[in-house]
Write a protein that binds this ligand. Structure first.
Ligand code: NAG
Ligand code: NAG
Ligand code: NAG
Length: 511
């Protein structure tokens, strides 16, 4: 027994942090952020140097580890005599059984995000964008861009607020696009491949196109403006194309259910599942088809998970053999009160439809920022593991940068974000959510494929595995227990390795 312990210990090489260290600051016991400013910002490893015959793992935890690296080796003694797998939980990787291919991870460049980033000095701005998009950052490859205003704006607006301008003569991008779109361009420069997937989504049509003549509240698109509203999308893509920004996909409407709720507090517009499907089939689809933007994918729903069953009813229009809408956008706000398996049910019924998470955040109930909250990071990790294990192909966070209040937001709908900007001090705070998202985005780039990871008893360890486009195996574990859990990971092609998980920690393993 003693010999075994020594053997296992010998397989551990003490870890350290690649890149610059976190400048830690506590906001209350156990709530830690990493502080960045104009001259200093911690970074993440820009490449993974996996040791020959071994594995590399990065750990972040409630007790303050941030991308702490560990290396170890596989043992060849791959007999099931219990010795090799002296662990609380044993997992088996099987690269032969494959599931969905991934599109990637990202966040939203809302007006609020752009305003906060621009409130910093030039060098601090650069550090925010590097943190998300550079090789030594989280390497996000998706950005959601609202089509005109949302609640995360300083006021409600559309791109054509001139009454009854049915020719869209007065269509013009907002000052917000002009000022903060430069962040998108800088983002492209920061990103290794410059290959960022842009996703559009409108929150509301101009007031004059709507039944209630308001940006918020219960209101729908007037039928006489069905074509004008489709043309408005093309005008938006044209305007962004002038800045060399091309969209990969758009949803027809953000959270269409909100537009049926009386007194709904921020920009909304209602579509039923059939209404939206018909408008897409007869207006938006054909209008894009005839424009220069026919390659923009249309992703329907863009609303919370429980609605997906009713939206699946309109994947095929009546008498249509072809899938009308090959993709569904899902929001995570009701994930804790609903079952992720509904995603697999939809996948099993419609294997060609891809499922993509396009919005989620913490702090909705509390209406505020919780600086340094590990629990908020943990909630992200738990959700991402749940949904990717149910065929979801990517996960896009909400605001990439908010102020310490969780705004600006004209409807006072303040929430939390992975990066909080303090303009007064010209510094920003990287929250646990930031690192947790990087535990996925850096290891599971576009083109990765989920593979089988099995266990007879997970001991409460959430888990998911992928093969990345370079053929590396990636395994991500989340320990939400207050105690440590020892793991053994078996790979029939390689052997077995042991890994001790700290209490309340996440680890990404690559080999
Ligand atoms: C920026 O952060 C570094 C590292 O924490 C610190 O040494 C430096 O004083 C900070 N600069 C300013 C202007 O606060
Ligand atoms: C709208 O556009 C028309 C034609 O270009 C122009 O004459 C008018 O002043 C514009 N209206 C506003 C409010 O900008
Ligand atoms: C933001 O910076 C100011 C000035 O240094 C400071 O007084 C304030 O406490 C900071 N806010 C947070 C949330 O750290």
């Amino acid at each position: 027994m003693k010999l075994l312990v020594i053997l296992v210990l010998a397989l551990w090489m003490e870890g350290n942090v690649d890149g610059d260290e976190c400048a830690a600051r506590e906001y209350g016991a156990g709530n830690m952020v990493c502080v960045c400013n104009a001259t200093y910002c911690d970074s993440l490893p820009s490449q993974f140097n996996v040791p020959d015959g071994g594995f590399l793992a990065y750990v972040s935890s409630k007790d303050g580890r941030r991308f702490y690296d560990i290396t170890g080796t596989f043992q060849n003694t791959f007999q099931d005599d219990g010795r090799c797998c002296d662990a609380d939980a044993v997992f088996t990787v099987n690269q032969e059984i494959t599931y969905q291919q991934m599109f990637g991870f990202g966040g939203a460049m809302t007006d609020a995000s752009g305003i906060n980033i621009a409130s910093l000095s030039e060098s601090a701005q650069e550090n925010v964008l590097r943190s998300y998009f550079a090789p030594d950052g989280s390497e996000y490859n998706m950005i959601r861009v609202p089509i005109a205003g949302t609640d995360f704006s300083t006021h409600a607006y559309s791109y054509d607020d001139v009454e009854c301008d049915v020719e869209l003569n007065n269509f013009t991008l907002a000052e917000e696009d002009i000022k903060y779109k430069s962040n998108l361009v800088k983002t492209k420069r920061n990103q290794k491949s410059a290959d960022i997937l842009l996703l559009g989504a409108p929150w509301s049509a101009p007031r004059w196109m709507k039944t209630n003549n308001q940006f918020n509240g219960a209101g729908q698109l007037k039928e006489k403006y069905y074509q004008v509203w489709a043309t408005y999308f093309v005008r938006f893509f044209e305007a962004y194309a002038k800045e060399n920004l091309y969209f990969w996909a758009t949803s027809p409407q953000n959270e269409p259910n909100n537009g049926f709720m009386p007194n709904f507090i921020f920009n909304s517009m209602g579509w039923t599942n059939e209404g939206e499907a018909n408008w897409v089939a007869n207006y938006l689809g054909p209008t894009l088809e005839q424009s220069d933007y026919s390659n923009v994918n249309i992703i329907i729903m863009d609303d919370n998970r429980p609605y997906i069953t009713t939206w699946a009813e309109v994947f095929f229009l009546p008498q249509s053999e072809e899938l009308l809408l090959p993709s569904v956008a899902i929001h995570g706000y009701l994930d804790t009160s609903s079952d992720a398996s509904v995603l697999s049910t939809v996948h099993n019924n419609f294997p060609d439809v891809f499922l993509l998470y396009t919005e989620a955040c913490n702090g909705v109930q509390t209406n505020r920022v919780e600086l340094g909250s590990w629990e908020n990071g943990e909630a992200y990790a738990y959700d991402i593991i749940q949904v990717t294990n149910n065929w979801v192909t990517g996960w896009v966070d909400w605001n990439i940068a908010l102020d310490p209040q969780g705004g600006p937001n004209w409807a006072n709908n303040f929430v939390d974000a992975p990066i909080i900007v303090n303009a007064t001090a010209d510094e920003f705070y990287k929250q646990p959510m930031y690192y947790v998202l990087a535990h996925f985005s850096k290891f599971v780039p576009q083109g990765s494929q989920r593979i089988q990871l099995s266990t007879t008893d997970d001991k409460g360890i959430e888990n998911v595995a992928f093969v990345d486009p370079n053929g590396n195996t990636v395994v991500i574990f989340l320990n939400r227990n207050d105690g440590p859990v020892s793991l053994a990971v078996k790979d029939p092609n390689r052997g077995v390795f042991n890994l001790n998980m700290d209490p309340r920690s996440i680890v990404s393993v690559i080999y």
